[in-house]
Design a protein around this ligand. Structure first.
Ligand code: GDP
Ligand code: IMO
Ligand code: MG
Length: 420
């Protein structure tokens, strides 16, 4: 299950829903830049690191090797869940996942400030610097905390590099590796130690036993480091292949790939966005859809749903089906639109241009539909969908070239329709 746009499609909601039939839910990339919201019986849970299957007593939530883990945040999130009566004892963290430590966050904020007007609008959670350390072979893994000598040595090495950047490039004070080691070992290790697991072995044991394992993507296809609108992307691979590397499974183990798409589009942070709206329709999407970051509180940029992107996402991820969310947000619109192609330098293109300058100047070509002007939030059967809503969804599936299997009509766990 993964995002097909620029994030916040409602991955948390559908992961929670489908986790009812899964014995394991695995996060495979990203970190606490994610904000996944679950609403169950009117109670809302905002999760950043803990997989969205955690609310069910029968699922094992696994934080896979591809995730970057801030141990302070993980413990805080677990404490929040425990306070609210959720059993967090089943959560497992891959020993191979890399740590985000406070200096990664400091560097993230400093890099952003350094970029000035060219800033990416990151979540400042330290994601980029932590993955950069991983790629430079300077990263520290969760398992390193289990061996104090190794942990201290690695912190010295990693900070030997980071401190030079902090002091010589950004004119900041250095971080003392031993003080940080003391803090992490005292404040985090006791709580994290019982969670550390050989996630590969556990995931494969579940698969070999014929159990359902659900992989929960964070961020989205167009925030993917390789396939997104670089450099306005995150530092991991949310696309389906990322589930293989970030959880340690081969592609043949994945038999269904659900792309989550909003019935419109939002984007937080900088970067090209062909269907972006600056008018009343956009303001209404933001107001009705409450499009403010779960995580950072930032206003999300709104736009019409873009089938060029969906077709591309279908290819990149081998999508088997689409789950459409937030259809109810469009309930009061007189007309609704699907972008079917881009006009670039007078020509219509229907595939995503590889040259990003073209995406920056793409003008959307729209197919317009009459709105359904009906409250969808109470509908429970797909046959009750108004004809205009059905027409819109059918056109979206046709344009995306992927069938729609699920439609969400409200934030609650029970607010969804299943297409046969
Ligand atoms: P994620 O990052 O993909 O998990 O999405 P977020 O949780 O960041 O943002 C989606 C927001 O929309 C959350 O506040 C959800 O509770 C809410 N939501 C999810 N599905 C629906 C829906 O079908 N209708 C409405 N109105 N809200 C929804
Ligand atoms: P979920 O999982 C929306 C965006 C940031 C920024 C860019 C890079 O809730 O969909 P980063 O902190 O990752 O280095 O920021 O990516 N971004 C998200 N946008 N939803 C998210 O997660 C996001 N995670 C990162 O706004 O533009
Ligand atoms: Mg989110």
């Amino acid at each position: 299950m993964l995002g097909t746009q620029w994030g916040d499609e409602g991955k948390g909601k559908f992961t929670d829903l489908l986790a009812a039939d899964a014995s394991m839910v695995v996060r495979y990339q990203g970190g606490h830049n994610a904000g996944h919201t679950l609403v169950v019986d009117g109670e809302s849970f905002a999760l950043q690191l803990v997989p969205s299957g955690v609310l069910y007593p029968h699922t094992i939530p696994v934080i896979g090797n591809g995730v970057v883990v801030d141990p302070f945040v993980l413990l805080k999130e677990m404490a929040m869940l425990a306070d609210r009566g959720v059993d967090v004892s089943r959560i497992k963290v891959s020993g191979n996942a890399h740590l985000i430590l406070p200096y990664h966050q400091q560097l993230d904020a400093l890099h952003e400030r350094h970029l000035g007007d060219a800033k990416l609008g990151t979540t400042k959670r330290g994601i980029g610097p932590a993955y950069a350390d991983k790629s430079m072979r300077l990263g520290i893994r969760v398992q390193d905390m289990l061996d104090e000598k190794i942990f201290r040595e690695k912190l010295h090495t990693s900070l030997g590099h980071a401190n030079k950047i902090l002091t010589k490039v950004f004119n900041r004070l250095p971080v003392d590796p031993d003080e940080l080691a003391d803090r992490v070992l005292a404040e985090c290790l006791p709580g994290i130690r019982p969670l550390i697991a050989d996630s590969i072995n556990e995931i494969h044991a579940a698969l070999e036993d014929g159990q359902n394992v659900l992989f929960e993507g964070a961020q989205a296809t167009f925030l993917d480091l390789d396939h997104g609108t670089y450099p306005f992307v995150t530092s991991s691979n949310p696309t389906a292949g990322g589930a293989c590397t970030g959880a340690g499974v081969g592609p043949k183990h994945i038999d269904r790939i659900i792309g989550i798409a909003k019935a419109y589009v939002t984007r937080v942070g900088a970067g090209p966005f062909p269907t972006e709206l600056f008018d009343d329709d956009g303001d209404r999407m933001v107001d009705i859809g409450r499009e403010y970051g779960t995580n950072t509180g930032r206003r999300r940029r709104p736009g019409w749903v873009d089938a060029v992107m969906l077709r591309h996402a279908a290819r990149l991820n081998s999508l088997t089906d689409l789950a459409i969310t937030k259809l109810d947000v469009l309930d009061t619109f007189d007309t609704v639109k699907i972008c079917t192609g881009y006009r670039i330098d007078g020509e219509i293109v229907e595939t995503l241009p590889y040259h990003q300058s073209q995406i920056h100047k793409a003008e959307p070509v729209y197919q317009e539909f009459d709105g359904w002007k009906t409250d969808l939030t109470q509908i429970t059967d797909v046959n009750e969908l108004p004809a205009n809503a059905r027409t819109f969804l059918d056109a979206l599936a046709e344009q995306a070239r992927v069938p729609i299997s699920l439609v969400s009509t409200g934030p609650g766990r029970k607010q969804f329709l299943e297409f046969s």
